[in-house]
Design a protein around this ligand. Sequence first.
Ligand code: G3H
Ligand code: 13P
Ligand code: ZN
Length: 315
Amino acid sequence: MIVNPKVLFKHAYGNYAIGAYNINNMEQTIGLFRGNLESQAPFIVQISKGARAYADKRMLEAMLRTADQIFPDAIFAVHLDHGDEETAMDCIQSGFYSSVMIDASMKPYEENIAITRRVVAAAHQKGVAVEAELGQLGGVEEHISVAEDRVHLTDPNQAADFVKRSGCDSLACAIGTSHGAYKFTAKQGIHFEIIAAIQKLLPGFPLVMHGSSSVPKDEVNRINAAGGKLKDARGVDPTEFAKAAKLGVIKVNIDTDGRLVWCRVHREHLKEHPENFDLRPPGKVFMAEFTGYIAAKSRYLGSAGQLEAVRRTLN
Ligand code: G3H
Ligand code: 13P
Ligand code: ZN
């Protein structure tokens, strides 16, 4: 069942976080639904502008409608990840998305507010929730490249003003994480003091953590042992999700870790079966591995086992 993420946020706030996962194809989608049902977790499916171009937005929409039929017990929101104004408006008009992100974080402050306000006005008319972003993460986003030394962490006072003036329903904050496989060097990590300061000024308001992949060492080692060339990298410690959730982080965005699962499965499979040219054998392994990977994330997020409680709030 597709729901507005506000329903999920209300149930989760202060206790656990909802996993928000990007999808691009059928195998990821099936693994995502199976993993969340196995762990009895509500979740958010994220579609980026890049995914809409890669798979065609109509294909992704049809796939999710079909997944909703195949997995009728699933409770999930459909969300546009890192949208620009044009894409956000397209998703709002489509009537399919329950939530959009408008990411104008690279614009000057007042412009970010103005753009977000326009998207909020259109979205709220249609009952669509809006996530906005303030501050800039490190690493490389789809349309923004922010050098590590130019990372702008979110200013808590500005966050409070931004939420009030933009009317957004949730806020993605720059709290030290970054997108992709290469996040932290030695001393870096999540800035919990910033999350705590934002929560103090915006009690009860849903906060979002982007760049939340863990980049597990074991996964990177296995990829490299099977012919990959990934540099040593460190991601977010998943045991810290619970601490962030207590401070009002209700949505945790994860994409890279799923790509690492895909990369490891396919590299290992093709290395072990050099005679194989059929896409289905590694595809089956990938769906099973992705299922287990998602279920494990639900346990770290605390969303595991919350499905029926969320369902009761819907009745
Ligand atoms: O933050 C970006 C997400 O990981 C989506 O990546 O833009 O390559 O689809 P993408
Ligand atoms: P990762 O690259 O850490 O998986 O972050 C994904 C993300 O923030 C999507 O919006
Ligand atoms: Zn992101």
